[in-house]
Design a protein around this ligand. Sequence first.
Ligand code: GAL
Length: 971
Amino acid sequence: MAYRYYEDVSPGSPTRRAPRAFFRSDSAAVDLAGDWRFRLSDRAEGTGPEFWKPDADDAGWDLLPVPSHWVMHGHGHPIYTNVRYPFPVDPPHVPTENPTGDYRHVFDLPDSWTDGAAVLRFEGVESCFKAWLNGEELGWSTGSRLPTEFDVGPILRPAGNVLAVRVHQWSAGSYVEDQDMWWLPGIFRSVTLVARPEGSLDDLFVQADYDAATGAGRLLVATDRPARVSIPELGLDGHPSGTEIAFPDIEPWSAERPRLYDGVVATDTERVPIRVGFRRVEIVDGEFRVNGVRIVFRGVNRHEFHPDTGRVLTREDARADVELMKRHNFNAVRTSHYPPHPDFLDLCDELGLWVIDECDIETHGFGKAHGVDNAWVGNPSDDPAWEPAYLDRMQRMVERDKNHPSIVMWSLGNEANTGQNFERMAQWTRRRDPSRPIHYEGDRAGRYVDVYSLMYTSHDALAAIGRREEPAHPDAEDDPVLDARRRAMPFILCEYGHAMGNGPGGLSDYDALFDAHPRCHGGFIWEWIDHGIRARPQTGDEYFAYGGDFGEEIHDGNFVIDGLVFPDRTPSPGLIEFAKVSEPVRITAGSTPGTIGIRNRYHHVDTAHLAFTWRLEDEGIEVASGSLPVPPIPAGRSIEVRRPELPAVDGDAWLTVEAALASDHDYAPSGHRVAWGQVQVRSAPARVGGAPVPVTPTTSGYRVGAAEFDADGLMTSIHGYDVTGPRLDVWRAPTDNDRASRRAPQRVEDDWRRFGLDRMRHRIVSVAPADDSLLVRTKVGASATRFGFDVAYRWTGADDTVAVEVSVRPDGEWPVPIPRIGLLLALPETLDQVEWYGAGPGEAYRDSRAAAGIGRYRADVDAMQTPYVFPQENGNRTDTRWLRLTDDSGHGLRIDGDPVFDFTVRRWTSGDLDQATHAHELKPRDQIFVNLDHAHHGLGSASCGPIPLPQHQLQAGDVTFQLRFMAAATS
Ligand code: GAL
């Protein structure tokens, strides 16, 4: 058999081996992006042995854009698996059926091009490729999200250069690229030809340190040949490279104030622009500090994803991500689980985010490939044969990215267990760049990393870590030195708050622990974006596809839809919640009456860039507003300011204080709200109904005030509107967190269905009209189970209202929490205009309600749905004082709480939501379904993490709640 390079565990054989920094210079460069000739074959032999020959005939081939993934352009299809390899685990071999794309591209050199050395650079090709130029083989390479370079100078011709590239979907490299994402083959990052004129720079390493104690900076620009460093702002003009320069007084770089000094490193033949950020990262006394200050990562894990192009992102896409992150109070990003396109790191430098740059290594599928959980048999991480590949990947990342001030840690990879190859990577990295700590969650014993890191840790376990009282790692039980090493480390949650579907819940509780324990340095939400691929069927509605939608043989369904933004980057409620929980300024009631407390939670900047304003609302209507003078508060400090003078109000009144950007910033315009707080200044008693009216019998049942009931005590109309219900509802369409993952301690959905919460039936026990009320008793229970609820509805009427007091008593000791407790009713579809006074504007649940402020909000029913890619419970509004549902002319119903309730309004039922598997499958019925809830079970993040905290669970117990219905016009 011929040598199969794509089954070789070595990293490849490109003609130019030494990795180096990514930079753009004034040397000539040709971007080879465009439509290339392309043909897909189903085996590694591709289109045959001679496709690379310059005169090979490619006339009948397709055209495919470069960069792109061929599966996003109708050639084959994407595959989604989380942990499992979609091929037999038989390393380093790959299936004979190995989709292979042959590419051919003909290009000319620009007239200005001069002969000499030149490099052909591929920024990313998944997963293995070989290249030929003008009939000469250049070599092959692996490392999908890493650059590969070939020396091509002598082979180039002025015109008619023929570049041929053969890309294999599967290679030995695939075994170390088992990240939880779509498998997307192709030349997916740019390909450039860069002239390297005699005397040009090969590499440069910009090392810029900042001493917070003195304010001094030190700069060393190391180059592979003598060069001159100029930074006009610092008075540097042609300073020799390789010699350190001290600055007595420098402005440091931080994520909060990303100060960059523009400069140039020049040789006689080339000028390379640099952007220098001075900062120092260090671990002192078990704390992770930047520029002398302990920092808390308010971070997110970012995969590169676009619903139409996969992992092909434009600079604008990358910028949209950074801007959105900054606008939602993120200060950090982990580049899960591979080095991103260099543009993204430039933007992090420029706009300010702390970055953990992660190497392109994951071998998760070895965890259970032998049928036993966590067996890791044959894991490459501990196999010396793979050491060159591991080291090579780390070197290519560190060398490429070393000049970014935003990068504060190197991460060795993800979910590849531990092993000697990781130790080698850490050793090499420490020598090459001692300025940045090393992260790898897989080194849980803490042998070779600098920070202790876990994922999806529960709140309790996090608190124990904060106290440095966590259990010893099994490897360290008899090794006090190892145990002490890890226990002395700062801690981060490299992943937490699994943002799959509706959630995550519990973010405020995590934030409180980051505040309480200096060892806990925050974390990184899993994850930034839903990886839904936009599907445009020939007939029917567009939708976002996930695992299984392409007929994959094995797949992990919608586990790839777990981001804070929807696939099209629309913010989800989870993002809005994060922004509130993580706001860098906390505004609360002050400790003494009449004051407002303001705490600056920034690490490095004062609040001078913020403008504070206030407004007073009476039942949600603004009655006064103004600006609030707040002196600049230094980083980490709190003050109390006097409340503004407020006019007298009669109703329920809230004072809202907001902090917004006082001027334009790179990531958001002036006026962008950064933080807010609310204080109730007056509470108004609930409205009382009019004079009581007696219950009257009718031919078909009863009348109670403006409501008609049938003989079974079921309401049939209210204020002239046909009604179905209201009656007890305890079901919700399970969220991804209710459905949970195998990791979760409790799959609450299974319990809910086992105990029949999805199929409750209502038996009328008695209907007892009395003078002043109609008392209806029911027994609610489900097939096959003896658990249920006894429910009593006491209806009373007044001139203008119909009120109900609902008493619910569980029958039997319910062994599981219940989804919700409240009433469900259905109203005519015309009542689709919603106005409410309560928490809003967005959806909120008991453990995800920080972002909802008390106010008066309006929306139509359609706008109140959150279009989760995988349909599930959504759209709940909480702390509602009153709700109006009206038609276009303003007529309809008003519902008052006593004091408050939760509600959802939708054109479909919870059952419809439960059945649908994609958002476009939900079809409006001809009614509006209204849930009026006394309480809800929390969200938690059990889709890959903890269930809701005990205080956020809804246990069945005796409850009584009241609601009042009236005509909307009476409001
Ligand atoms: C982690 C993993 C991520 C992702 C997440 C679940 O274990 O590192 O890549 O799979 O779980 O969505």
